[in-house]
Write a protein that binds this ligand. Structure first.
Ligand SMILES: C[S@@+](CC[C@H](N)C(=O)[O-])C[C@H]1O[C@@H](n2cnc3c(N)ncnc32)[C@H](O)[C@@H]1O
Length: 244
């Protein structure tokens, strides 16, 4: 699944968030790096950067460690367990924030591990702009339920708004928000997306996909007029407004 999201999104996210990584020798920490595919993409584009990924799930981290090389290191554990008090030039938190229970502790930790010149990039799905797809009723309702279960109790704020409040409270400055989406309307992208939906279904239901659900995905794939729009957002925070 993570390989698929990297394939679908890296191009657009690279141009929106990472292009400024031209300078040599900068450091980046990827919190919740999963199997490391996304960070490895960054490494290929920016070979002079020193990249570290941290991943809490052991098996996932082992897959990431298979991709380890000169400028790319993966550490097993939760982000708070990273040793050393140094700061990173960039910290990336992609598709991980909803999984972190102690958000104020998380933001405080980010502040303590960044400098005045650093940036923090938070990238996630934008639930507010996500619309049910009439041709994918089974998948849409499963996906929506999964996202609902990640929502924090006791807040009416959507994730992007909550992040603005929490990061500002911790001392960060909001440097910009990008709203973007990937529209999978080309056959090759649809194929990648079908694969993602199949794997996501099996992951969320913890069972092989049923014939009915698979038929829904195949019908969607074969209909030339159908597509899927995946809305995302990325917020960049700094410690002072002159960073970008
Ligand atoms: C949906 S995946 C995203 C992976 C990757 N960032 C990407 O964009 O492809 C979220 C990952 O964050 C990891 N994770 C959750 N809490 C974490 C923590 N406290 N420290 C490190 N990793 C964590 C999960 O195990 C999972 O692999």
């Amino acid at each position: 699944m993570l390989n698929v999201t990297a394939e679908l999104f890296f191009g657009v996210e690279n141009s929106l968030f990472f292009r400024r990584f031209g300078e040599k020798g900068t450091t980046l920490l990827d919190i919740g790096c999963g199997n490391g595919t996304y960070l490895a993409c960054i490494g290929e584009h920016y070979p002079d950067m020193r990249l570290t990924g941290v991943e809490i799930e052991e098996e996932m981290c082992r897959k990431a460690q298979d991709k380890q090389k000169r400028n790319l290191t993966f550490v097993h554990g939760s982000y708070e367990q990273l040793t050393g008090t140094g700061s990173y030039d960039t910290i990336l938190a992609r598709l991980v924030v909803p999984h972190i229970p102690d958000r104020s502790g998380f933001v405080k930790w980010l502040y303590e591990h960044t400098s005045e010149q650093s940036t923090v990039i938070v990238i996630d799905f934008d639930d507010e702009r996500y619309r049910d797809n009439d041709e994918l009723p089974l998948f849409s309702s499963l996906y929506k339920k999964a996202r609902q279960s990640l929502k924090r109790k006791g807040t009416f704020l959507e994730l992007p708004d909550a992040l603005l409040v929490e990061f500002r409270h911790a001392g960060f400055v909001h440097l910009g928000t990008e709203w973007y989406s990937v529209r999978t309307d080309r056959r090759d992208l649809k194929q990648v997306c079908r694969e993602y939906m199949l794997l996501a279904t099996e992951y969320l239901l913890d069972t092989p996909i049923t014939a009915e659900r698979e038929k829904e995905l195949d019908r969607w794939l074969d209909n030339d007029d159908s597509f899927l729009e995946i809305p995302m957002f990325g917020i960049v925070f700094g410690r002072s407004s002159g960073v970008l």
